[in-house]
Design a protein around this ligand. Structure first.
Ligand code: SF4
Ligand code: SF4
Length: 167
């Protein structure tokens, strides 16, 4: 060891200089949840169940999304639309129950691809943390986009979380 290596001081000053230089650099961390990152357009997050322009549910409970899902995360129960329910459901059949298990979902987007009714879309939001496993089972009420007729502001906000224009 040289004399300067033995007294360690140059190495200590060098290390401190590196540490202090980081004080003036841009911080890579963000203060989530007050601040959020802008996701790239291809980001796939939590699903929404879409409505048509009259606020009716688009999903017909055909099950194609569940069949396409490689993680078997989607379950549903179909029901027949009754007379007088035309303002609620677009088609004669609808999903009385629709659930996605977010612990299984791998956000591949195949459910969106498979849907023939433009009823399911992946948004640019991710599932929030939860202390309870049951909290990750999202039911229809969790997934349905707000009604564009009765809740236009909430609908616009929810629609804004989708990377592309939905029908
Ligand atoms: S994004 Fe993929 S894994 Fe998640 S529910 Fe849809 S098809 Fe299944
Ligand atoms: S979301 Fe689409 S694919 Fe899935 S059951 Fe509803 S209509 Fe069928």
């Amino acid at each position: 060891m040289t004399f300067w290596e033995k007294i360690y001081l140059p190495s200590i000053f060098k290390g401190m200089a590196i540490t202090f230089s980081h004080l003036f650099k841009k911080r890579p961390t963000i203060k989530y949840p007050e601040q959020t990152r802008t996701f790239p357009a291809v980001f796939r997050g939590v699903q929404i169940l879409n409505r048509d322009e009259e606020g009716r549910e688009r999903c017909t409970a055909c099950g194609l999304c569940a069949v396409a899902c490689p993680a078997e995360a989607i379950t549903m129960e179909a029901a027949e639309r009754q007379t007088g329910e035309e303002h609620l459901y677009k088609e004669e059949k609808y999903a009385a129950k629709y659930e996605i298990n977010m612990l299984r979902c791998i956000f591949c987007g195949l459910c969106e691809e498979a849907c023939p009714k433009d009823a399911i879309y992946l948004t640019q939001t991710f599932a929030p943390a939860n202390y309870d496993r049951k909290g990750f089972i999202y039911d229809k009420q969790d997934l349905l986009i707000p009604n564009p007729v009765t809740q236009p502001e909430e609908y616009a906000k929810a629609k804004g979380t989708i990377g592309k224009e939905i029908k």
